[in-house]
Design a binder for this molecule. Sequence first.
Ligand code: SF4
Length: 289
Amino acid sequence: MSPTTEPAKFNTLQTPNWCPGCGNFGLQSALKKALGQLGLLPHQVCLSTGIGCSGKMAHWVHAYGLHGLHGRTLPVAAGIKLANHELTVIAEGGDGDGLSEGMGHFIHACRRNLDFTYIIHNNGVFSLTTGQASSTGRQGRETATTPHGAIEPPFSPTALAIASGASFVARGFSGDVEHLKDIYVQAISHKGFAFVDVMQVCVTYNREKSYPWYQDRIHKLTPDNHDAQDRNGAMALAMGGTDEQLSVGVFYQDNRQAYEAALPQLAVAPLVDQPIGGVDLTALMNELT
Ligand code: SF4
Protein backbone atom coordinates (compact mmCIF):
# COMPACT_ATOMS: atom_id res chain seq x y z
CA MET A 1 0.00 0.00 0.00
CA SER A 2 1.43 3.39 -0.95
CA PRO A 3 2.06 5.94 1.80
CA THR A 4 -0.67 8.50 2.26
CA THR A 5 -0.36 12.23 1.61
CA GLU A 6 -1.67 14.92 3.89
CA PRO A 7 -4.89 16.24 2.23
CA ALA A 8 -3.75 19.79 3.06
CA LYS A 9 -1.11 19.36 0.33
CA PHE A 10 -3.98 20.01 -2.08
CA ASN A 11 -4.97 23.31 -0.44
CA THR A 12 -4.55 26.52 -2.40
CA LEU A 13 -3.96 30.03 -1.07
CA GLN A 14 -7.42 31.12 -2.25
CA THR A 15 -10.55 30.75 -0.14
CA PRO A 16 -13.55 29.36 -2.09
CA ASN A 17 -16.36 31.86 -2.51
CA TRP A 18 -19.14 29.29 -2.81
CA CYS A 19 -22.23 30.22 -0.79
CA PRO A 20 -21.93 29.32 2.91
CA GLY A 21 -23.34 25.80 3.28
CA CYS A 22 -22.89 24.89 -0.40
CA GLY A 23 -22.45 21.18 -1.04
CA ASN A 24 -19.39 21.90 -3.17
CA PHE A 25 -17.37 22.22 0.04
CA GLY A 26 -18.15 18.57 0.76
CA LEU A 27 -17.04 17.46 -2.69
CA GLN A 28 -13.84 19.44 -2.40
CA SER A 29 -13.03 17.99 1.01
CA ALA A 30 -13.78 14.42 -0.12
CA LEU A 31 -11.55 14.83 -3.18
CA LYS A 32 -8.56 16.10 -1.19
CA LYS A 33 -8.97 13.29 1.33
CA ALA A 34 -9.20 10.67 -1.43
CA LEU A 35 -6.12 11.98 -3.25
CA GLY A 36 -4.28 11.98 0.07
CA GLN A 37 -5.39 8.44 0.94
CA LEU A 38 -4.10 7.27 -2.44
CA GLY A 39 -0.72 8.83 -1.70
CA LEU A 40 -0.89 11.13 -4.70
CA LEU A 41 0.96 14.44 -4.90
CA PRO A 42 -0.26 17.62 -6.63
CA HIS A 43 2.06 17.23 -9.65
CA GLN A 44 0.58 13.78 -10.34
CA VAL A 45 -3.02 15.03 -10.61
CA CYS A 46 -4.77 17.10 -13.29
CA LEU A 47 -8.33 18.46 -13.04
CA SER A 48 -10.47 19.40 -16.03
CA THR A 49 -13.53 21.41 -15.04
CA GLY A 50 -16.52 22.86 -16.83
CA ILE A 51 -18.43 26.09 -16.39
CA GLY A 52 -20.59 26.51 -13.30
CA CYS A 53 -20.09 26.83 -9.56
CA SER A 54 -18.41 23.41 -9.62
CA GLY A 55 -15.93 24.55 -12.25
CA LYS A 56 -14.06 26.56 -9.63
CA MET A 57 -12.69 23.28 -8.31
CA ALA A 58 -9.74 23.62 -10.68
CA HIS A 59 -8.83 26.88 -8.91
CA TRP A 60 -9.22 25.59 -5.38
CA VAL A 61 -7.50 22.23 -5.49
CA HIS A 62 -3.72 22.49 -5.67
CA ALA A 63 -2.90 20.35 -8.71
CA TYR A 64 -2.64 20.86 -12.45
CA GLY A 65 -5.96 22.13 -13.75
CA LEU A 66 -7.78 23.52 -16.75
CA HIS A 67 -11.08 25.39 -16.32
CA GLY A 68 -12.44 25.07 -19.83
CA LEU A 69 -15.50 25.68 -21.97
CA HIS A 70 -19.09 24.95 -20.95
CA GLY A 71 -19.87 21.26 -21.44
CA ARG A 72 -16.41 20.37 -22.75
CA THR A 73 -14.70 19.02 -19.67
CA LEU A 74 -14.72 15.43 -20.96
CA PRO A 75 -12.91 15.93 -24.30
CA VAL A 76 -10.34 18.08 -22.48
CA ALA A 77 -9.83 15.34 -19.88
CA ALA A 78 -9.51 12.75 -22.67
CA GLY A 79 -6.83 14.83 -24.39
CA ILE A 80 -4.89 15.24 -21.15
CA LYS A 81 -5.04 11.50 -20.46
CA LEU A 82 -3.85 10.60 -23.96
CA ALA A 83 -1.00 13.13 -23.81
CA ASN A 84 0.21 11.88 -20.43
CA HIS A 85 -1.47 8.69 -19.33
CA GLU A 86 0.62 8.59 -16.14
CA LEU A 87 -1.35 11.53 -14.72
CA THR A 88 -4.38 10.93 -12.49
CA VAL A 89 -7.03 12.83 -14.44
CA ILE A 90 -10.28 14.00 -12.88
CA ALA A 91 -13.04 15.80 -14.76
CA GLU A 92 -15.64 17.74 -12.76
CA GLY A 93 -18.69 19.74 -13.69
CA GLY A 94 -22.32 20.32 -12.87
CA ASP A 95 -25.45 18.66 -14.20
CA GLY A 96 -26.08 21.67 -16.42
CA ASP A 97 -22.56 21.52 -17.80
CA GLY A 98 -22.33 17.78 -18.35
CA LEU A 99 -25.91 16.66 -18.96
CA SER A 100 -27.17 19.52 -21.12
CA GLU A 101 -24.29 21.17 -23.02
CA GLY A 102 -21.99 18.18 -22.72
CA MET A 103 -24.44 15.30 -23.02
CA GLY A 104 -22.98 13.85 -26.25
CA HIS A 105 -19.50 13.77 -24.74
CA PHE A 106 -20.81 11.94 -21.68
CA ILE A 107 -22.25 9.01 -23.63
CA HIS A 108 -19.10 8.54 -25.71
CA ALA A 109 -16.80 8.87 -22.71
CA CYS A 110 -18.73 6.04 -21.06
CA ARG A 111 -18.38 3.67 -24.00
CA ARG A 112 -14.78 4.70 -24.82
CA ASN A 113 -13.54 3.82 -21.33
CA LEU A 114 -10.45 6.01 -21.02
CA ASP A 115 -8.94 5.71 -17.57
CA PHE A 116 -10.11 8.85 -15.78
CA THR A 117 -12.77 9.85 -13.26
CA TYR A 118 -15.77 12.05 -13.98
CA ILE A 119 -17.57 13.67 -11.07
CA ILE A 120 -20.89 15.43 -11.63
CA HIS A 121 -21.96 17.95 -9.00
CA ASN A 122 -25.64 17.19 -9.46
CA ASN A 123 -27.73 19.88 -7.78
CA GLY A 124 -30.65 19.75 -10.21
CA VAL A 125 -30.31 23.34 -11.35
CA PHE A 126 -28.12 25.75 -13.32
CA SER A 127 -26.80 27.52 -10.24
CA LEU A 128 -24.04 29.87 -11.45
CA THR A 129 -26.48 31.49 -13.87
CA THR A 130 -29.01 31.98 -11.02
CA GLY A 131 -31.43 29.09 -11.05
CA GLN A 132 -32.59 27.84 -14.45
CA ALA A 133 -34.08 24.33 -14.77
CA SER A 134 -31.65 21.51 -15.55
CA SER A 135 -32.31 18.03 -16.90
CA THR A 136 -32.07 16.42 -13.46
CA GLY A 137 -34.46 18.81 -11.71
CA ARG A 138 -37.82 17.63 -10.40
CA GLN A 139 -40.78 17.62 -12.79
CA GLY A 140 -43.16 20.41 -11.86
CA ARG A 141 -40.48 22.45 -10.12
CA GLU A 142 -40.78 26.22 -10.64
CA THR A 143 -37.53 27.88 -11.69
CA ALA A 144 -36.46 31.02 -13.56
CA THR A 145 -37.02 29.22 -16.87
CA THR A 146 -40.03 27.12 -15.80
CA PRO A 147 -42.23 29.67 -13.98
CA HIS A 148 -45.28 27.36 -14.28
CA GLY A 149 -43.33 24.23 -13.34
CA ALA A 150 -40.97 22.04 -15.38
CA ILE A 151 -42.94 20.00 -17.92
CA GLU A 152 -40.26 17.41 -18.66
CA PRO A 153 -39.41 14.62 -16.22
CA PRO A 154 -35.79 14.34 -15.08
CA PHE A 155 -33.57 11.47 -16.14
CA SER A 156 -31.07 9.36 -14.21
CA PRO A 157 -27.41 10.02 -15.12
CA THR A 158 -26.52 6.84 -13.21
CA ALA A 159 -28.76 4.74 -15.48
CA LEU A 160 -27.48 6.52 -18.57
CA ALA A 161 -23.86 5.82 -17.60
CA ILE A 162 -24.59 2.10 -17.13
CA ALA A 163 -26.50 1.91 -20.42
CA SER A 164 -23.69 3.74 -22.25
CA GLY A 165 -21.03 1.27 -21.12
CA ALA A 166 -19.23 2.99 -18.25
CA SER A 167 -17.07 0.45 -16.41
CA PHE A 168 -17.50 2.09 -12.98
CA VAL A 169 -20.69 3.86 -11.90
CA ALA A 170 -21.37 5.23 -8.43
CA ARG A 171 -23.50 7.78 -6.65
CA GLY A 172 -22.64 9.81 -3.55
CA PHE A 173 -23.96 12.61 -1.37
CA SER A 174 -22.20 15.90 -0.66
CA GLY A 175 -23.32 15.81 2.98
CA ASP A 176 -21.43 12.57 3.81
CA VAL A 177 -17.79 13.43 3.15
CA GLU A 178 -16.27 10.20 4.50
CA HIS A 179 -18.56 7.99 2.42
CA LEU A 180 -17.98 10.17 -0.64
CA LYS A 181 -14.20 9.96 -0.07
CA ASP A 182 -14.45 6.15 -0.02
CA ILE A 183 -16.32 6.22 -3.35
CA TYR A 184 -13.72 8.57 -4.85
CA VAL A 185 -10.88 6.28 -3.75
CA GLN A 186 -12.54 3.37 -5.57
CA ALA A 187 -13.32 5.50 -8.64
CA ILE A 188 -9.80 6.91 -8.99
CA SER A 189 -8.26 3.45 -8.42
CA HIS A 190 -10.48 1.90 -11.12
CA LYS A 191 -8.68 1.24 -14.43
CA GLY A 192 -11.19 2.71 -16.87
CA PHE A 193 -13.84 5.43 -17.05
CA ALA A 194 -15.28 5.98 -13.57
CA PHE A 195 -18.42 8.04 -13.19
CA VAL A 196 -19.59 9.43 -9.85
CA ASP A 197 -22.96 11.19 -9.70
CA VAL A 198 -22.91 13.30 -6.55
CA MET A 199 -26.19 14.60 -5.15
CA GLN A 200 -25.01 18.08 -4.25
CA VAL A 201 -26.95 20.47 -2.05
CA CYS A 202 -27.42 23.97 -3.51
CA VAL A 203 -28.59 26.07 -0.59
CA THR A 204 -29.40 29.06 -2.80
CA TYR A 205 -31.28 27.82 -5.89
CA ASN A 206 -32.61 24.38 -4.88
CA ARG A 207 -33.61 24.73 -1.26
CA GLU A 208 -36.26 22.01 -1.35
CA LYS A 209 -33.44 19.42 -1.51
CA SER A 210 -31.74 20.34 1.75
CA TYR A 211 -29.27 18.30 3.81
CA PRO A 212 -32.09 16.82 6.00
CA TRP A 213 -34.17 16.05 2.89
CA TYR A 214 -31.35 13.89 1.53
CA GLN A 215 -30.37 12.41 4.89
CA ASP A 216 -33.91 11.11 5.40
CA ARG A 217 -33.76 9.21 2.12
CA ILE A 218 -30.17 7.93 1.80
CA HIS A 219 -29.76 4.17 1.43
CA LYS A 220 -26.17 2.89 1.42
CA LEU A 221 -25.22 0.10 -0.97
CA THR A 222 -22.93 -2.60 0.42
CA PRO A 223 -21.74 -5.97 -0.93
CA ASP A 224 -24.40 -7.52 1.32
CA ASN A 225 -27.35 -5.72 -0.26
CA HIS A 226 -26.11 -5.12 -3.84
CA ASP A 227 -23.95 -7.01 -6.36
CA ALA A 228 -21.98 -4.36 -8.25
CA GLN A 229 -21.01 -6.87 -10.96
CA ASP A 230 -24.65 -7.47 -11.88
CA ARG A 231 -25.25 -4.98 -14.70
CA ASN A 232 -28.97 -5.68 -15.00
CA GLY A 233 -29.42 -5.35 -11.26
CA ALA A 234 -27.48 -2.07 -11.27
CA MET A 235 -29.63 -0.75 -14.10
CA ALA A 236 -32.84 -1.73 -12.32
CA LEU A 237 -31.60 0.03 -9.20
CA ALA A 238 -30.65 3.16 -11.13
CA MET A 239 -33.96 3.24 -13.03
CA GLY A 240 -36.09 2.35 -10.05
CA GLY A 241 -34.88 5.08 -7.73
CA THR A 242 -37.54 7.31 -6.27
CA ASP A 243 -37.44 10.40 -4.12
CA GLU A 244 -38.35 8.13 -1.20
CA GLN A 245 -35.11 6.12 -1.32
CA LEU A 246 -31.85 7.37 -2.79
CA SER A 247 -29.16 4.72 -3.09
CA VAL A 248 -25.52 5.75 -2.68
CA GLY A 249 -22.43 3.63 -3.27
CA VAL A 250 -21.02 1.63 -6.18
CA PHE A 251 -23.80 0.64 -8.58
CA TYR A 252 -21.68 -1.13 -11.18
CA GLN A 253 -18.08 -2.10 -11.93
CA ASP A 254 -16.41 -4.31 -14.53
CA ASN A 255 -12.82 -4.88 -15.56
CA ARG A 256 -12.87 -4.36 -19.30
CA GLN A 257 -9.69 -2.98 -20.84
CA ALA A 258 -9.19 0.78 -20.71
CA TYR A 259 -9.01 2.51 -24.10
CA GLU A 260 -5.41 3.67 -23.83
CA ALA A 261 -4.21 0.16 -22.98
CA ALA A 262 -5.03 -0.76 -26.60
CA LEU A 263 -2.84 2.00 -28.07
CA PRO A 264 0.63 0.69 -29.04
CA GLN A 265 1.85 4.29 -29.29
CA LEU A 266 1.56 4.65 -25.52
CA ALA A 267 3.22 1.34 -24.63
CA VAL A 268 6.74 2.81 -24.69
CA ALA A 269 6.15 5.99 -22.68
CA PRO A 270 3.60 8.80 -22.33
CA LEU A 271 3.36 10.88 -25.49
CA VAL A 272 4.76 13.92 -23.68
CA ASP A 273 7.97 12.00 -22.99
CA GLN A 274 8.45 10.69 -26.52
CA PRO A 275 10.91 12.45 -28.85
CA ILE A 276 9.36 14.21 -31.81
CA GLY A 277 12.64 15.39 -33.34
CA GLY A 278 12.56 12.80 -36.12
CA VAL A 279 8.99 13.49 -37.16
CA ASP A 280 8.58 15.42 -40.41
CA LEU A 281 5.66 17.82 -39.96
CA THR A 282 6.14 19.62 -43.28
CA ALA A 283 3.18 18.03 -45.09
CA LEU A 284 0.86 18.70 -42.13
CA MET A 285 1.99 22.31 -41.79
CA ASN A 286 1.56 22.88 -45.52
CA GLU A 287 -1.97 21.53 -45.32
CA LEU A 288 -2.82 23.84 -42.44
CA THR A 289 -1.33 27.03 -43.87
FE1 SF4 B 1 -23.26 26.38 -4.26
FE2 SF4 B 1 -25.68 26.88 -5.21
FE3 SF4 B 1 -24.21 28.85 -4.17
FE4 SF4 B 1 -23.54 27.76 -6.49
S1 SF4 B 1 -25.41 28.94 -6.07
S2 SF4 B 1 -22.14 28.26 -4.81
S3 SF4 B 1 -24.11 25.61 -6.18
S4 SF4 B 1 -25.04 27.05 -3.08
